[in-house]
Ligand binder design. Structure first.
Ligand code: 1GP
Length: 258
């Protein structure tokens, strides 16, 4: 299948130094609210909309993705918690493999269930090695995945998992402290990781200020994901996040030819 959206993301990284992804949770908001938030994110300089939740307690997913897609011209990418979160209205889906877990269901089980559905609806998969990082608290991602995060003082473990993802042919690594983490993935981990792998690194979880975002971009992150900070403070100046994330446009970027 064509990797149109992945290529577009590489072009954004090339152009801006790093991409700013806003994560919208379809379980916590109505489709109308999500469309409004997505449009606000686009006007404020976001580059990508991620849509996802650790678990859907409503049946809104497809309607939510449709409403978001109608509201913006940005790439809309599903960040799924499980195989319920598939919609043909999105541009792509992070085809996640929880490489930091040892849970076969999240290493291969869910992928086997999802792959034929994605083929049927022609939804672009972006193969992504997902690494749970320590967040300072036990969170929904730990509970739902039944897996432990990698300790932040073990950068070698992050590197080994990320390189394994790269060598297995994945196109991106996403290291995540989980939604609302007490602290984000440390900058030294980001820096060591980006020196070690040659596929884009997406960093999320607990990034609350433009400064925290900028520090991680300076350390080499290619995509910064902001969820809770965007949701919790409607008056938050998202433009400041966009400026911070786009501030390093001369950092060594991943070639759009990759
Ligand atoms: C969670 O990385 C995302 O999986 C976003 O985290 O909600 O803490 O910004 P926050």
């Amino acid at each position: 299948m064509e990797s149109k959206t992945y290529q577009k993301i590489l072009e954004i990284i090339d152009k801006h130094g790093a991409a700013f992804a806003v994560l919208l949770d379809p379980d916590r908001n109505s489709p109308e609210e999500l469309a409004k938030s997505a449009s606000h994110a686009e006007e404020s300089g976001a580059d990508i909309i991620y849509v996802g939740s650790s678990m859907m307690l409503t049946n809104n997913f497809n309607t939510a993705v449709y409403a978001i897609k109608q509201a913006v011209s940005l790439p809309v990418v599903i960040f799924p918690g499980d195989t319920q979160m598939i919609s043909a209205h999105a541009d792509a889906i992070l085809f996640l493999c929880l490489v930091s877990s040892r849970n076969p269901e999240l290493l291969i089980g869910q992928q086997v269930k999802a792959a034929p559905l994605l083929k049927e609806i022609q939804l672009e998969p972006i193969p992504t090695g997902y690494i749970l990082a320590d967040s300072g608290k036990y969170n929904a991602a730990h509970f739902m995945s039944g897996s432990l995060p990698i300790p932040n003082d073990k950068p070698d473990l992050f590197c080994a998992h990320a390189l394994a993802a790269e060598y297995m042919g994945m196109k991106m690594v996403f290291t995540d402290a989980g939604s609302g983490a007490h602290f984000p993935v440390p900058t030294d981990v980001v820096s060591i990781l980006t020196d070690y792998i040659s596929i884009p690194l997406c960093v999320g979880g607990g990034i609350r200020t433009p400064q925290e975002a900028e520090e991680r971009v300076k350390a080499g992150a290619d995509i910064i994901v902001i969820g809770t900070a965007f949701e919790q403070d409607s008056s938050l100046n998202i433009l400041e996040f966009a400026d911070a994330i786009h501030s390093q446009s001369d950092h060594p970027s991943i070639s759009a030819e990759t």
